[in-house]
Design a protein around this ligand. Structure first.
Ligand code: TXA
Ligand code: MG
Length: 345
């Protein structure tokens, strides 16, 4: 069931749902999450079951504010503190050493915990309602909502309430917060080593993070720690964020050549569903009705905002192949390029 997340009663219903150990679809500024009380091991196991996600892949825990960090994290290095001051609430997740005894299930058994403070007003209102306690044992404060992206494991993240419903059905309670403003998942920075390490690019760029924390942010292949095994992060698997159709990245010339070569063959069978979808920034000559085409926006932020919705739409049209023009170089495109490369893997 989808509820209007702007209504006070919806927030109350969402908070009741979290408190009773049920799952809830919730909006954030990045993508929609499939949420549950981070400290309730049964509720957490329901998330893993619903997503079909291996239980050793840790979840991000969403907190209302920096006080949540004190609850879940054992220590916070200075550079992490600076990142929190600069980017929270917002699209940045920090991996921190986990305080012993809290949220072991959500952490997938690791001794670290991923924390993020989302800026979306509906997520904020929900986290505030969950944190509230009436002082009785019957209503303890819920400090965190564990929420991976609300999609089946390995699939494209949802950016609308309807996407979430199409993944998990109408039984799931979903707070509608409109289409996500950013459209791709948060930047993840590992703060459990002696230096910050970028695990997943997102709207907060590596350059911005470096400028604000005052030190180099390493890429994971630049910093292979002797002291710790690399954390398991499903968003960092080579193949992830994949639509059902096969995705191929190519440059505009290559794409035009491929379209021209297909040309005649495809035109003949008019009336049937399009076989190939094309998502390109450059203007291309496309004559066949069996090629479905969408223009990619010129800007990286705009492209990120619509990317997953476009991939879902292509899937819905039943295409077998999706050809995407390789995005330009430049740090502002890092996150989009990362998602596209994984979708194509
Ligand atoms: O924008 C986002 O981050 C969204 C919204 C809902 O907040 N959430 C999201 O969650 O993308 P998920 O579970 O789909 O991706 C979380 C990523 C995974 O790759 C997970 O493995 C990694 O974060 N992660 C979480 N906790 C971790 C930890 N303790 N150590 C290493 N990686 C961790
Ligand atoms: Mg995900």
């Amino acid at each position: 069931m989808i509820l209007d997340g702007r209504a006070e009663q919806s927030i109350a219903a969402g908070a009741r749902c979290i408190r009773s150990g049920e799952l809830l679809g919730l909006p954030t500024e990045t993508v929609y999450g499939l949420g549950a009380d981070a400290d309730n091991a049964d509720a957490i196991s329901r998330i893993f079951a619903a997503k079909g996600r291996p239980a050793d892949h840790p979840l991000i825990v969403h907190v209302l504010d920096a006080a949540g960090v004190t609850y879940f994290a054992a220590t916070v290095p200075d550079f992490a503190d600076r990142l929190i001051q600069a980017f929270w609430p917002g699209p940045l997740t920090l991996i921190l050493p986990r305080r012993a005894g809290v949220v072991a299930a959500a952490a997938g058994g690791q001794d670290s915990i991923g924390l993020r403070c989302p800026s979306h007003p509906v997520a904020q209102a929900l986290l505030r309602a969950c944190r509230q306690t009436d002082g009785s044992a019957a209503q303890p404060a819920v400090w965190g909502i564990a929420a991976p992206s609300a999609n089946k494991f390995g699939r494209v993240s949802p950016t609308t309430a309807q996407h979430v419903q199409s993944e998990f059905g109408s039984e799931l309670l979903i707070l509608d917060g409109g289409p996500c403003e950013l459209g791709i998942e948060s930047t993840i920075i590992d703060c459990t080593r002696s230096v910050p390490v970028l695990l997943r690019p997102g709207a907060v760029t590596r350059e911005q993070a470096q400028a604000l924390c005052g030190q180099k942010v390493f890429l994971s292949d630049e910093w292979i720690p002797a002291e710790a095994a690399a954390p398991r992060a499903s968003g960092t698997l080579a193949s992830h964020y994949a639509p059902h159709a096969k995705v191929r990245l190519m440059d505009a010339t290559e794409m035009q050549t491929a379209i021209d070569m297909l040309g005649q063959g495809l035109q003949s069978g008019s009336g049937t569903a399009p076989a190939i979808a094309i998502y390109s920034r450059s203007p291309l000559k496309i004559r066949s009705k069996q090629l479905l085409s969408r223009r990619m926006p010129q800007g990286a932020a705009h492209t990120a905002q619509q990317l997953f919705a476009v991939l879902r739409e292509f899937d819905q049209q039943g295409v077998k192949l999706i050809w995407i023009e390789t995005p330009p170089q430049g740090p502002e495109w890092d996150a989009v390029r990362d998602r596209l490369q994984r979708a194509a893997a």
